[in-house]
Design a protein around this ligand. Structure first.
Ligand code: DOR
Length: 425
């Protein structure tokens, strides 16, 4: 394995934000400091001036569609997209075909994932077959290697079943990651319910669907004392509910995705299904609430909900499946919205996109200190680029950010001490 010396880089993690050199050797950080000598000419020297080095990002909400829907994505193409976006660890949601409700399938997937260079984790299902009827065997799923439990893509239909799921998950020592939606309220809705859905004459998804089930699950977490993480928060109501449950002492957390702090449902006037996901783009007031939630710590993580679908599947605005890819744009979108506007420091972004998700999943939180894994990214904070769907590494190109310009580009991704991705113009 090559020994790599990164010179004059801005090193950013929970412990530091300082200009220095970083030496990577045998898959670990061997030294960090000023003027590290390149004694050995076999070193690869990387000029880090103008770049920031951070621990590789961890995205705790992705869909790799593997097994069963690999025409959209698989563990290899999903991992390539992750590496291009500076994401070196992921939690895959279990709505695969068949769903991840059995230990054999989890083991087989995790074994294949080891070859990707990405730290791939898998969530097991909360209910057998994602049917919302019977709970899966959490102890067996844990023994097979799952990191969390979720029925993401579908809600758990009743409070009673969710309480039982939380109680069993607590016994198994696994966090529950909850997709909060009331299908009776949704009633076939395809975009946010409001002025835009009315103008288009399409059925809307009322925010009450998200807000009420978020409240229900938070109450169940408070009652059982189990660890609950609320998925893809998109409304003022659910942000406020999480804030209250945290103040009440719940072992609760939540996440949002860049589209919820950058975009609104006005975009749906284009009648392009690439702007459709679940939960849907909301209103300027929700964008404001999500932004406040990130700034005051109510929202713990920025994830992507990377949900690949093919162009054919997305062709019909009304019938297309929900979901957008996001792994290759999440850091750039976050830097543009929060760092370049002066709302957050780089260390805050490392906390939202590495430290918090790993802490919530009980995984080791990395820093750039000696002895830590050589899993890091080099980012040109000031490089401006325009999102071109055809240049994405994902098998699907359904990005909600197509044509948008961001400032901040991942230039290199290193995992296990090896260079896995280099940006090429
Ligand atoms: O937009 C979404 N797509 N939301 C989900 O909850 C599921 C996901 C998918 O699997 O496509």
């Amino acid at each position: 394995m090559e020994t790599i010396l990164i010179r004059n880089v801005r090193a950013v993690d929970s412990l530091r934000d300082a200009e220095c050199d970083i030496l990577l050797k045998d898959g670990r950080i061997a030294a960090i400091g000023q003027n590290i000598a390149a004694e050995d000419t076999a070193f690869r020297v990387i000029d880090g001036s103008g770049l920031a080095a951070m621990p590789g990002l961890f995205d705790m909400h992705v869909h790799f569609r593997d097994p069963g829907q690999t025409h959209k994505e698989d563990v290899n193409t999903g991992s390539a997209a992750a590496l291009a976006g500076g994401v070196t660890g992921v939690l895959c949601m279990p709505n695969t075909t068949p769903p991840m409700d059995n230990p054999e399938q989890v083991r087989e997937f995790l074994e294949r994932a080891k070859k990707t260079g990405v730290d791939v984790h898998q969530a097991g299902t909360l209910t057998v077959g994602l049917k919302g009827e019977r709970l899966a065997d959490y102890e067996a799923l844990k023994a097979a290697g799952v990191t969390a439990l979720s029925d993401d893509g579908r809600p758990v239909p009743t409070a009673e079943l969710m309480e039982q799921a939380l109680a069993n998950a607590k016994k198994a020592g696994l966090p529950v990651v909850s997709h909060c939606e009331d299908l009776a309220i949704i009633d076939g809705g395809i975009i946010n319910k409001g002025a835009v859905s009315e103008q288009l004459g399409v059925r809307g998804m009322d925010r009450l669907s998200e807000d009420s089930v978020t409240e229900r699950d938070l109450q169940a977490a408070l009652k059982t004392g189990a660890q609950l993480h609320i998925c893809h928060v998109s409304t003022r109501g659910s942000t406020d509910a999480v804030r209250r449950a945290k103040a009440a002492g719940g072992n609760v957390s939540c996440e949002t995705a860049p589209h919820y702090f950058l975009l609104t449902d006005e975009l749906l006037l284009k009648q392009d299904a690439d702007y459709r996901m679940n939960p849907p783009l909301r209103t300027p007031d929700d964008v404001q609430a999500i932004t406040e939630g990130i700034l005051d710590g109510t929202i713990d993580c920025i994830i992507t909900d990377h949900a690949p679908h093919t162009a054919e599947e997305k062709a019909d605005f009304r019938k297309a499946p929900n979901g957008v890819v996001g792994l290759e744009t999440s850091l750039a979108a976050t830097l543009t919205a929060f760092y370049h506007t002066g709302k957050l420091q780089l260390q805050d972004i490392v906390r939202l996109m590495h430290d918090n998700p790993k802490r919530l999943l009980h995984l080791p939180v990395n820093t750039l200190s000696v002895g830590e894994p050589a899993d890091l990214i080099l980012v040109d904070l000031n490089r401006t680029w325009t999102v071109d769907p055809d240049k994405l590494h994902s098998r699907s190109h359904n990005t909600v950010f197509k044509g948008m310009t961001f400032t901040g580009k991942v230039m290199m991704t290193i995992t296990g001490g090896e260079i896995r991705y280099t940006y090429e113009e």
